[in-house]
Design a protein around this ligand. Structure first.
Ligand code: ADP
Ligand code: MG
Length: 303
């Protein structure tokens, strides 16, 4: 199977988007952006044995590679629309490719995303996805918009993916969560009407709140008893475990009631975990008022 057959067989799929003027097959794709909107563009690379365990199921590798990119778009409040896929493969393994494509398109179809191009090369298993979203001009949620007095919220429960990695047992909830993260796309697009700043939780809650407060030039007081730990996750895992792909965002206190009113029952649940401070550091406060010191650093590639 040559590279063109491989692309045709596994990656050329019909889609329903009318804004793709030209998709896979030419030197570049052509897209139409609706008037009054901006592109939100993100890229993530996944390397076998670095970002996922060697021998992980191919369906999960395809699903998760797209999910992490969609999570970044969600944290901007952007609606995902298109994706590109650069695939580096040690060999053209038909069974692996079929499962990989099944995982990728399962998620792509859920959110009406067209695969519009990519690349195929030979080498150690590496997946680079570009995801392209649409957001009304000026409405994207940045990391830098938090202000003193804003409430700090997270969606869902934290630390579940970390329990999956530790145990790595077949059929644990944590393992499923790690392999098939659910990007908070619907929640993220709703948040652009409410949030003052947002980030997705890929490196661990404290590390990612750290990025948000640093970008905003503020700090935060986080109430430890309010952190929504997943079943089986201890406090350390909930605070520092990565890979959950929940959203962390800030919101003006006057907007909180409207947020709760707009929030759908079947969306990831909201948890108010603290407040943004003028003081530029991060405090984790135990119920008795003492400061709790956690190892805040998330995963770092170069250290
Ligand atoms: P070029 O040599 O011009 O870069 P390629 O041979 O790499 O073209 O790709 C041919 C076409 O197939 C292009 O439109 C490219 O975007 C698309 N393509 C290549 N790899 C993939 C892939 N993994 N998934 C989807 N489309 C792909
Ligand atoms: Mg090419």
């Amino acid at each position: 199977m040559n590279e063109f057959e491989l692309i045709r067989r596994y990656f050329e799929r019909p889609h329903a988007r009318s804004d793709v003027a030209l998709g896979i097959g030419d030197d570049a794709a052509l897209l139409q952006l609706p008037p009054g909107h901006e592109f939100a563009i993100t890229t993530d690379t996944m390397v076998e044995a670095v970002h996922f365990p060697a021998g992980a199921p191919a369906r999960a590798v395809g699903f998760r590679a797209l999910a992490t990119n969609l999570s970044d778009l969600a944290a901007m409040g952007a609606t995902p629309a298109w994706a590109t896929l650069a695939l580096t493969l040690p060999r053209a393994d038909a069974a692996w490719l079929k499962d990989f494509a099944a995982g990728f398109f399962e998620l792509a179809e859920t959110f009406d995303i067209a695969l519009i191009g990519g690349d195929v090369t030979r080498g150690p298993l590496t997946i680079t996805i570009g995801a392209y979203g649409i957001v009304p001009e000026g409405k994207a949620i940045r990391r830098s918009g938090a202000q003193a007095g804003d409430r700090v919220f997270v969606t869902g429960a934290l630390g579940e993916a970390a329990t999956g990695l530790k145990i790595y047992a077949p059929e644990s909830r944590g393992r499923d969560r790690y392999l098939y993260p659910q990007p908070r796309v619907v929640e993220g697009t709703a948040l652009r009407e409410y949030a003052s700043a947002a980030i997705d939780i890929s490196d661990g809650l404290l590390a990612d709140i750290g990025h948000l407060v640093e970008a905003s030039g503020v700090g935060a007081d986080i109430q430890l008893e309010r952190i929504p730990a997943a079943a089986g996750a201890d406090r350390q895992m909930a605070l520092t475990g990565g890979d959950d792909y929940e959203l962390c965002f800030t919101i003006q206190p006057a907007r909180v009631e409207a947020l709760h009113a707009a929030w759908h029952d079947d969306w990831a649940p909201l948890h108010d975990i603290g407040i943004i401070t003028k003081r530029r550091d991060l405090h984790c406060i135990a119920p008795d008022g003492t400061l709790w010191h956690a190892e805040t650093a998330g995963y770092r590639h170069f250290q």
